[in-house]
Design a protein around this ligand. Structure first.
Ligand code: CO
Length: 200
């Protein structure tokens, strides 16, 4: 229970500090939110979205799952995108994968069962599609990072193909989708140079 007690104590300290630095910040934020970014990342404990980007509460809507997958049949992810685009009118959706991803590694090893196996299923298709490229990597760790990169590109495309995003672009809404990778070994967040800003 010590770890749980510690969480609550740290929270009280965090809230006090924040209020001291910026009096009234919670009262103001309690009224509304207007983030400009939807972050879709892996739920790995080593990549806390807000901390690694230096963003503050209210700056990003964050949605995380194992291996940062955007599955068009997943109502949880689809509703996050719908809310972010249609209601919050965010400007950017960022798909962020990372090096040394356990979900990606498990998919490559093919040793998962039950729910996890089902969740990681889309990665199997990606493995088959890029078999030669992945086989040319010299070890498992390299294959993991290669598949992570391929996966980020695929998820950017998946987001672009959602009805919500397609409709937003048809309405002329400003909305860009980006692919980022986070290096857990250095703390560096890098753009993968993938940006989509419309149906073109
Ligand atoms: Co991961």
């Amino acid at each position: 229970m010590e770890a749980i007690k510690q969480l609550l104590e740290q929270n009280r300290k965090w809230a006090e500090d924040r209020e001291q630095q910026d009096p009234g910040c919670f009262a103001r934020q309690s009224k509304s939110q207007s983030p400009k970014i939807l972050w879709i990342g892996c739920c790995d404990s080593r990549m806390p979205a807000e901390q690694l980007t230096g963003t503050e509460p209210g700056d990003m809507l964050v949605y995380r799952n194992i291996a940062n997958l955007v599955n068009l049949n997943d109502p949880s992810c689809m509703s996050a995108i719908q809310f972010a685009v249609n209601v919050l009118q965010i400007d950017h959706i960022i798909i962020t994968g990372h090096t040394n991803c356990g979900g990606i590694s498990a998919a490559l090893k093919g040793n998962t069962t039950d729910d996890l196996h089902e969740w990681l299923e889309p990665l199997q298709g990606l493995c088959d599609q890029h078999k030669e490229e992945l086989n040319s990597c010299c070890n498992h760790d390299q294959r993991v990072d290669q598949l992570s990169a391929l996966n980020i590109k695929q998820q950017v495309l998946n987001v672009a193909e959602t009805d919500v995003v397609q409709q937003a672009w048809k309405r002329g809404q400003q909305l860009s989708i980006h692919g980022f990778i986070y290096d857990v070994a250095s703390g560096e967040l890098r753009s993968m140079g993938i940006h989509i800003s419309g149906t073109d």
